[in-house]
Unconditional design. Structure first.
Length: 239
């Protein structure tokens, strides 16, 4: 009886990953790799409508979402999930072909936490899943932080500029927070990948560049406070 209870506890400790993918081979590969990792259980959906329904009913810890889905495109699925109070806080990794750069950027604008381009390494996908989940569980230490008229409220995950709220994704929020906390110091792309995304190695530093560009746009005039240090990375200008 005690052994059965321990097994049940282990099963409950595993975090559920929802995979929304219509290609059977890719779906089977992702499911096999995540199941093999030992820390996750997986559920699947082969189209957008079914994926949204599963996300609402299962409340997974993370969603892996292909952008090329039949019927309802992945971008629309992402937007619907992030607009729904029941699912908006679920992290999303989008799967995209290399030629779909515009769709990838739009996915990040809609609130996706990360992207993986096809073809991709299954191990890379598992690393990204682990990194995002680990990041979401990290405790916040400082409650409020300011840089000029930029005010960062860590407890509520709000950013305001001159009293006006700025709508940032979870990754953009963590990126801004990290840069402001280390203002005046150059942050190499590899270090940002490790500290913001939780990657142990530089899988794709373009991830950093894409998010910095989007963050600058959302900060408006204050975006110029994030300086590019050519050949190294980025620095938030001290004030």
């Amino acid at each position: 009886m005690a052994r059965a209870e321990r097994q049940q506890h282990v099963a409950h400790a595993k975090r559920k990953i929802l995979i929304i993918e219509d290609e059977p081979d890719v779906l089977a590969m992702l499911k096999r790799q995540l199941d093999r990792a030992g820390s996750y259980t997986t559920s699947t959906a082969s189209d957008g409508a079914a994926g949204i329904a599963a996300a609402r009913s299962e409340a997974p810890a993370l969603i892996v979402l292909d952008l090329m889905l039949p019927g309802m495109p992945g971008l629309e699925v992402c937007r619907a999930l992030k607009a729904d109070a029941a699912t908006k806080d679920i992290p999303i990794i989008i799967l995209t072909a290399k030629v779909e750069e515009v769709d990838r950027i739009v996915g990040l604008e809609f609130g996706a936490d990360d992207y993986v381009t096809k073809p991709f390494s299954p191990r890379e996908l598992v690393l990204r899943v682990a990194a995002i989940l680990r990041r979401s569980e990290q405790p916040q230490t400082e409650r409020r932080l300011s840089a000029g008229d930029i005010v960062i409220d860590q407890e509520r995950h709000h950013v305001r500029i001159g009293g006006k709220e700025v709508d940032l994704t979870a990754v953009e929020f963590k990126l801004l927070l990290t840069l402001v906390q280390r203002r005046g110091r150059v942050q190499e792309r590899d270090r940002l990948l490790n500290d913001v995304w939780g990657y142990e190695a530089a899988i794709d530093t373009r991830t950093v560049d894409t998010h910095v560009r989007r963050l600058r746009e959302k900060l408006g005039d204050r975006g110029e406070l994030i300086e590019t240090v050519r050949g190294f990375g980025y620095r938030f200008r001290g004030e």
